[in-house]
Design a protein around this ligand. Sequence first.
Ligand SMILES: [Zn+2]
Length: 202
Amino acid sequence: MISINIKGKSVNTLKESYYQATALWSGVCPICQRHYQHYGTYSRITPYLFGPISIQRVYCNSCKKSHALLPCFIIPYARVLDVIREAAIIGISFNTQTIEELAELLDVDPTTVARWWRIFRTKSGVLMESLTKKLAQSPQLSDWASGPLHTPHERTKKILELISRCKNFFSPGFAFCGLAWVNIHNPYLLFTHKGHDKNTGV
Ligand SMILES: [Zn+2]
């Protein structure tokens, strides 16, 4: 999949903004450097706030490979908005609520919140590496590198801080949450999946 930045202000107009963005989108295949062709759509029911949404596919003619153009605010393979998942990660890492309380607040199953937390911890190494590499390209002072990183909670707080620094520096005015920014940077950083998901078309 390819995550694309949507310039939307209100939830009501996000779908429309997505359709406009995909109509205008053009991109080059990183393998063969040829332009992707628009290649039909498929319907995605989730996240429930938006669904069903018509997801645009693009296709590389020479590599014979298709990709879904996902709006940045949808985590690939996930059924909820990234902002929901981010709220859960923040709540756990800052210890403001228990997993059960977060599940009530966010209207998901506690096992789902626990799974998000587990995935985030599993991904913390690659996230940290990718974000610090990205920040090293900016002229910011390296004070962001400091802080205690002994526990998963401390590491997560640091990652959230790095995401926020990256977002503010590289995408000022970006309308969505930190995980949405990570999706544009590299959507493969935020999920683990077993096999292929029928909803993604990829
Ligand atoms: Zn190609």
